[in-house]
Design a protein around this ligand. Structure first.
Ligand SMILES: NC(=O)c1ccc[n+]([C@@H]2O[C@H](COP(=O)([O-])OP(=O)(O)OC[C@H]3O[C@@H](n4cnc5c(N)ncnc54)[C@H](OP(=O)(O)O)[C@@H]3O)[C@@H](O)[C@H]2O)c1
Length: 254
């Protein structure tokens, strides 16, 4: 799949799934905008892409903050002149809590990183995509948006369900401009050593019960999310509008 001459902005690409997506786009010829909040992690991913012969810039921005998002889009445009592909990947839930333990700040932080960010970056990039008459937006939700999860909490689930609903509505709005908006909803993915240790800390019985609900019988890998994202960002996905790809080893069928 070639993304030669395409520009891909991947939010939250300084680690985990986002890093794997950014590296894959660069390997397929795209110029990539790497984003996160930690300059050191961003620099590491940019160097990884450049060392492999790819093209990338790093932009530090909190994607839950409107003015920082505007700066992010301006930096992308200044560096590459356009944006063809936006992957709204930033997010996660550092401290899953039960409903009575969630503070207002927790709620705002989780909804900010996982849902408000999708709204802000989408809104900021749309004028560029409309001007070009072409564009792909892929939003990363989660199976937590539709079913109970053992690694998230109510705030995370609400945010990820919101990503799916938001995406369908926007997909309908912008399809006439040649812009496709779709969603990837991963199951639990071994995205980084940090995720591995979170998973390892889940009680053994709960882990076994969770795995027995997955027909494939294992957690997912970054490459399996990357494949879905690259497909949705490719010309081959031109007739997909507002779809959610559930990349979860078949957990839905149960
Ligand atoms: N791993 C899974 O099992 C799984 C399952 C379903 C869905 N997902 C979703 O997949 C996405 C990636 O998850 P992951 O497992 O790869 O997590 P991760 O390794 O923690 O990566 C999250 C990325 O998002 C960035 N980020 C977080 N908040 C941000 C903000 N406000 N502004 C800018 N960047 C921000 C982080 O960088 P900084 O911290 O430096 O900002 C990091 O680059 C998330 O949306 C997550 O909800 C993951």
């Amino acid at each position: 799949m070639s993304f030669d001459k395409r520009v891909a902005l991947v939010t939250g690409s300084s680690s985990g799934i986002g890093e794997a997506i950014a590296v894959a786009f660069a390997a397929e010829g795209a110029a990539v905008v790497v984003n996160g909040r930690d300059p050191g992690r961003i620099a590491r991913v940019v160097a990884r892409i450049r060392d492999a012969g790819g093209q990338a810039i790093g932009v530090r921005a909190d994607v839950a903050n409107k003015s920082e998002v505007e700066g992010l889009i301006a930096s992308a445009r200044d560096a590459f002149g356009r944006v063809d592909i936006l992957v709204n990947n930033a997010g996660g839930d550092g401290s899953p809590k039960q409903v009575e333990e969630i503070s207002e700040d927790d709620w705002d932080r989780v909804l900010g990183a996982n849902l408000k960010s999708v709204f802000l970056v989408t809104q900021a990039v749309l004028p560029l995509l409309k001007q070009q008459g072409d564009g792909k937006i892929v939003n990363i939700s989660s199976q937590a948006g539709r079913a109970m999860t053992i690694l998230g909490g109510p705030a995370y689930s609400a945010a990820k369900a919101g990503v799916q609903a938001f995406s369908r509505q926007v997909a309908r709005e912008v399809a006439p401009f040649g812009i496709n908006v779709n969603v990837v909803a991963p199951g639990i993915i071994r995205s980084s050593p940090r995720l591995d240790s979170v998973w390892d800390n889940v009680p053994r019985e709960l882990r076994a019960r969770y795995l027995s609900d997955i027909p494939i019988g294992r957690l997912g890998e970054n490459a399996e999310i990357v494949a879905a994202v690259l497909f949705l960002a490719s010309p081959g996905a031109s007739y997909l509008v507002g779809a959610t790809l559930d990349v979860n080893g078949g957990r839905w069928m149960l």
